[in-house]
Structures are given as structure tokens and as C-alpha cells.
Design a protein around this ligand. Sequence first.
Ligand code: NDP
Length: 492
Amino acid sequence: MTDLDRRADRELVPSGWDYAPAPESREVVRLEPRYGHWIGGEWVEATEVYETVSPASEEPLAEVGLGTAADVESAVAAARAAFDGEWSRLPGSERAKYLFRIARILQERSRELAVLESLDGGKPIKESRDVDLPLAAAHFFYYAGWADKLEYAFPNRRPRPVGVAGQIIPWNFPLLMLAWKVAPALACGNTVVLKPAETTPLTALLFCDVLRQAELPAGVVNIVTGDGATGAALIDAGVDKIAFTGSTEVGKAIQRRLAGTGTKLTLELGGKAANVVFDDAPLDQAVEGIVNGIYFNQGHVCCAGSRLFVQESVYEDVLRKLKRRMGTLRVGDPLDKNTDVGAINSRAQLEKIEELVASGRDEGAEIYQAPCRLPERGYWFAPTVFTNVAQSYRIAQEEIFGPVLSVLTFRTPEEAIEKANNTPYGLSAGVWTEKGSRILWMAQRLRAGVIWANTYNRFDPASPFGGYRESGFGREGGRHGLEPYLDLGGAE
Ligand code: NDP
């Protein structure tokens, strides 16, 4: 019997411990009052600006450029000039040196970048420090290794860069998504115009200083901040490749827009992943995986395990353990090193979560929320579980992109597969069981691009990531992640 089991009957309290505040210092970050766009290796004054705020306090942080179509055009022109100039002709080993340099600088400045990421986006410092930053640096290290080995990655082909890549990223992992996109593009010899999400531009802007330090040639990476209209202008700017991560709706609009233009396209869109727990699974570990699957990064994760399927025979046990574990989650100041669940990224996202949660109640699901005190200012949502959920409910069908879990049950593996695949998405899934053969049986039948076994939300630059159906197409990470940035020519 585990210690948690022995304490099973005790009353639920938010935490058995009083944690003294352990705030990470903001002093390591120096914010400019106003930022322009990074074009052609220098700052270009923005003609229009907006304010980016801290979602944990609603405090304005800085004014940021609202990129116009003209800004996007000059960024694409700078990228084109850099591509036609020296960059695309540099030997791979030379390009690799820049990528290694960027990776090392990200490591050296990781504390500054992690604090800024948490400040601007609301995610706990524990996560930006231990997940986002190490993985961002690891992506640059990993793709630096490929830069001079492209002929070996694609034998009997003639790998050539495609040209200028337009990259549009979301707000849930701002710097990490930048790394996923910029590192393979540069490794393959392309140049880049990147548009960060409206609510989280600051780490991308600090990354420009990393590029300056790394002495990356002017115009190889250009960053234009702004909103959806800025992103739309980049789609129309005549680049050679578009890489987009974000909502399925915008992804579909981009696909329609680019149809017939010959522009290469990869889309990494939404998800509604099934996390399936069998009765032979190690339940305490599974509960950790469930919590990590849905409450990591406030559930702002495209591959979040937002639909939990529990085998009926262990349903009561799993739910009891889950609720007990939820009682120990600390929700609050993202810069506090004890915080497990930070702020919701924006007011708009909070309203979306609230609307979907209300629909869950209205449709008849039963709600449980972790006992926690939410700060008065800022955007917050308590970790939430819905039980008594029918597959047809919106909370079981739509991507909530918040800390909200829907729990369903199954009896047989066949039923688990049928229910897990009952979604228009196909990004990720999780399986918890002690039997290796069952893991393989499930993996062959689950319709998802990524499947985790007895773990969840594990990422590695060497491992390809991506989905199909409404979750998009194309892979990021691994050798597969090079392909979208290469013209492979014909076989020799
Ligand atoms: P979007 O898809 O709108 O945003 C993703 C990126 O695309 C942002 O940089 C955005 O800019 C930009 N963008 C918006 N409209 C266009 C356009 N017409 N053409 C080109 N680029 C555009 O996601 P939201 O931030 O609006 O979030 C909405 C929902 O999408 C969330 O609630 C969540 O469910 C889902 N989502 C899924 C993600 C995933 O990884 N699967 C990531 C983010 C969101 P801007 O930020 O300025 O609007």
C-alpha cells in the first residue's frame, strides 16, 4: 500500500504544506518600452503598435509592433536577398556553426529567457526553465548536427533548400515553437520570416538579440510581430514554404489560400487526445501521467490528454487518486518556483474555456474542480475534471485548450479503440498498461501521429511530431522534420 493510499480517507485539503513564496527574480530581464520588427539584421521602427500584457497580473509589459503588409514585404525581401546571397551557398558545416552558437547562447541566457517566457505567457517558471528552454536549445543542437549531413539523410537524392520560409507560431510554447521551426529551416539552408503570436511576442524579440550575438548574417532570420492580419499578410507574401502551428480553423483557411500556388505547406493543428488507462496499469504512475497530460502548461497543449478513458474496473480508484492529486496542485504566480499551474494565456482564451465548461455542465456532465484560491487579478482557471461525459458532448469533441479533463470509461480494448478514435483529430494518444503486447496492439489501432506508452507529453528533438486528419500534416523534429525544408529533386 502506498503512502497516498494510507491517507486515502483523510479530508482533502489544497495542500498538506504551506509553501513560502519562492519567486524567481524579474531582475534578469530588461524590457524595452517599445519594440520594432527585426528585419535584415536590424531593428526597424514599427508604424503601428499594441501592448503585450502579463496574463497573471494584466500588467502592461511593453509596446510591440503590429506588423503591416508593408513590414511583411520588406522582411520577405530581406530574407530573399539573404537567401540569394551567401547563405544558401554556405557549406553545411558553416551553417552548423551558427546553429551550435545559437544553441549555446540559448543555454547561457536560459534564465533570462525562461523568466520572460513566464512573464509574457503565464506558464510556470518550473516549466519554462525545465522544459521550454532546454528543449529549445536541444532543437538547435540537434539540427546543427544535420546541417552537413543532408546527403546522408536522403541518400541518392539532391537535397536543396526551398528558399524563404514563412513561419507562424502560437502562444502556448512561444520560444520552443520558434526553435522547432527556425532550427530545421536554417540547417537546410533556407532563410526565414517568423511571426510570433500576438499575446507572446517577447521571447521571439529577445531571440533577435541572440541572433545578433551569434553574428548570424543579416536577413537570414527576420521577425515581424503582429496579429492574425500580419500572419495573413505573410501567407500572401509569396514565400516558398509556410509552416503553421495553431488552430484547425486558421490552418484550413491557410490551406485554401495556398491551394494551387505551389507553396510548400505544413500544418500542426489542434487535437483531442485520448489517454487510455487499463486496469493492469500502475495506477499511481498513471495518475501522474493524467495530471501531466492535461494540467501541464494549463492544458494549452495541442497534444494534451484531454479525454481520459479509464477501464471500468479501476474507474473509482483512478478518480479518487486523481482528485486527491489535484488537491496538491499549486495554482498561482507563474514566477513562483513552487507553482504547478500558471495563468491562462489571455482573456479571450479564458472566455473560450469558460464557455466550453458551461456547455459541459448544461449538457449534463458532473464537474469537479481542484480546491484552490485563484488570484484576483489576471486570467485563471482551476484544474477541472468532468465525469459522466457522453461522447457527443462538446467537452468530449472540441479542443478546450485549457486545464479541463473529460473522463469516460470502457470495458474492452476494442471499445477503448472505438471511443478513442471517435474524434476528427489525430495528433496524439497515451496508453497505460503493464503489457507490452497490449501497447503494440493499441498503437496499431489508435489513429494518432504520436503515441506515448506509460508516459505522456514527452518530447525529444530526434523524434518526429505531427498529426493527420484535422490535426494537420507534416512532421517536425527528427530526420522527418528536414523534409519540408528541402527540395529533394529526383533520384539520381
Ligand atoms: P490561431 O490559430 O488564431 O493562432 C495561431 C497563429 O496564427 C498566431 O500567430 C496567430 O496570430 C496567427 N493567425 C491568426 N489568424 C491568421 C490568419 N488568418 N492567417 C495567418 N495567421 C493567422 O489560434 P488562437 O491563438 O486564436 O487560438 C484559438 C484556438 O486555437 C485555441 O483556443 C486553441 O484551441 C487552438 N490553438 C491550437 C494550437 C495548437 O498548437 N494546436 C495553438 C494555438 C491555438 P495572432 O496570435 O496574432 O492571432
